[in-house]
Design a protein around this ligand. Structure first.
Ligand code: FAD
Length: 474
């Protein structure tokens, strides 16, 4: 059956995760006719589909780096009773300087509202199966949905699938994982347990610091509404009981410690603890194996918590991700590949379109170890760094911008920019770039980055342009 044309727009955004939804809002607000395509019936990406949370910082130390539309989203969530806003994390090791907790269900509605208010056309339940190309020029995407096969065409397409699906289908060069063995960060099935006696859990953590790799408390700078005013914490540990249960074959978990934290809902704890490595989220058979193994680990860990950990005696699994969380997949090679040193040294670029700040945070790609045991990596940059527009341009491919976690970056640089705060900011940059290219009819590789920056500043993004050295590259 021949695919039918669904629509022709200025900008097509493929994928409605944090970077895609902000990209669509930015492009539409700039006057571009914009359509946002998503495989699920809601937006939010890993946060809503894989239960990932909270939003890692918009901050470097106490300095807020990400602003503009992403900050507006946080404020809209707060106004709807769906976020704590940015809480200061003390100490920041393991989590970053601030975290904003959110309610997934409120997020789904607020994301729709903001897109529709901006004039974005939504196309949900539509899987991007292919790129519509003319040689090396992307003309849009082909989706499969209840209507059959449809072409969603646009002057400019933004690949916000997280996995670089559009770029790969269009023939872009892609790389995988770390340089030494091409292994990427592991996948994780998130799950929540409700009916937890959190006071008991916190009392145990405080009384047994040696049993933990790290722990933090989170504090609001302003009073929180009564309904969400509770003790927020994050901790990684239960080393002794994990070792004991593993020795007795009572626990199937891909890491050697439990990483757990608060949610916005009292008595409910979320686990970022299962680990499924050495499989690809872009390979259908691997992805299937990962879902099965992720769920096995989640249920095994829940049983362990009930048996071994004080406070969980009456708890139960209240939700799991709709899909396993994919941290890292294809790295699409762009006009510039962001490197570890750029991140760690806080490098500035003349064509900055977003700023990053999060530590390089790499979960052990080949095993179960945490930061202290040497398998995982945590390196704090010397300062915020720039993400240049060139990282959004797939090399040799026209009509397409990358965004979010699939922009052009090394495994190590990706380890920093992958968090939601930066994904939002990159989304803002890619949406502005797409609008500028589509509305001016200029090649996606030749647009004037100053015009993109001007648009971003008018939408209240924070680019700190005045601090860029005169010899910075673009
Ligand atoms: C296990 C795990 C833990 C994490 N912990 C944190 C944390 O604590 N704090 C934090 O800030 N970040 C965390 N992250 C990182 C963060 O969630 C992601 O890196 C971020 O969501 C990336 O945003 P994105 O928009 O680039 O991609 P994604 O969030 O992956 O969104 C991609 C979107 O595109 C859609 N899509 C994909 N392919 C297709 C297709 N072919 N057709 C149609 N739609 C498609 C997806 O459904 C999704 O909505 C974690 C990630 C994982 C996996």
């Amino acid at each position: 059956m021949q695919a039918k044309v669904h629509s022709e727009s200025d900008v097509v955004v493929a994928g409605g995760g944090p970077s895609g939804l902000i990209a669509a809002i930015a492009a539409a607000r700039a006057g571009a006719k914009t359509v946002l395509v998503e495989q699920y019936g809601f937006l939010g990406g890993m946060a809503t589909a894989a239960s990932v949370g909270p939003f890692s910082p918009f901050h470097y130390d106490d300095q807020q780096i990400t602003m503009g539309i992403p900050q507006e989203l946080v404020e809209r969530l707060m106004a709807a009773g769906g976020s704590t806003g940015h809480l200061k994390c003390v100490p920041e090791y393991g989590s970053g300087s601030y975290m904003a907790y959110f309610d997934r269900e409120v997020y789904k509605t607020v994301a729709f509202d903001m897109c529709l208010e901006a004039g974005v056309r939504l196309l949900l339940h539509s899987f991007v199966a292919d790129a519509v190309v003319d040689g090396k020029v992307v003309r849009g995407i082909e989706v499969t949905n209840k209507s059959g096969r449809q072409h969603v065409l646009g002057k400019v397409t933004v690949d916000a699938t997280g996995d670089g699906d559009v770029a790969a289908r269009a023939g872009a060069e892609v790389k995988w994982g770390r340089e030494s063995d091409q292994l990427a960060q592991p996948m994780t099935m998130f799950f929540e347990m409700a009916n937890v006696d959190v006071d008991k859990v916190i009392a145990y953590i405080e009384a047994n610091p040696d049993d933990f790799e790290w722990t933090s408390r989170l504090y609001s700078r302003t009073p929180l509404p009564k309904s969400i005013n509770q003790t927020y914490f994050v901790a990684q540990g239960f080393r002794k009981s994990v070792a004991e249960a593993k020795a007795k074959n009572e626990l199937n978990m891909g890491r050697d410690t439990v990483l757990l934290q608060s949610t916005m809902r009292e008595g409910t704890i979320v686990f970022n603890s299962t680990r499924v490595g050495k499989l690809k989220g872009t390979d259908a058979d691997d992805f299937t194996k990962a879902e099965i193994e992720g769920r096995r680990q989640a249920m095994s860990l829940a049983a362990f918590m009930k048996k071994y950990v004080t406070g969980f005696e009456n708890a139960y699994v209240s939700s799991t991700g709709i899909q396993i969380g994919v941290r890292e997949s294809r790295h699409v090679v762009g006009d510039y590949v962001l490197q570890k040193d750029d991140v760690v040294e806080g490098k500035r670029f003349a064509d900055v379109i977003a700023r990053g700040f999060f530590p390089v945070d790499i979960h052990d790609p080949s095993g179960s170890k945490g930061y202290h045991a040497g398998g995982s990596t945590w390196i704090k940059p010397k300062g915020p760094y720039d993400i240049p527009l060139r990282c959004l341009m797939p090399k040799g491919i026209e009509g397409l911008f990358l965004t979010g976690r699939n922009i052009s970056a090394s495994h190590e640089a990706h380890g920093s920019l992958r968090v939601q705060g930066t994904a939002f900011a990159i989304g803002h940059g890619s949406g502005a770039a797409a609008a500028v290219a589509a509305l001016s009819g200029v090649s996606t590789h030749a647009i004037d980055y100053r015009k993109v920056q001007k648009l971003l500043l008018s939408q209240h993004a924070n680019l700190e342009l005045e601090g860029i050295p005169a010899d910075a590259t673009a």
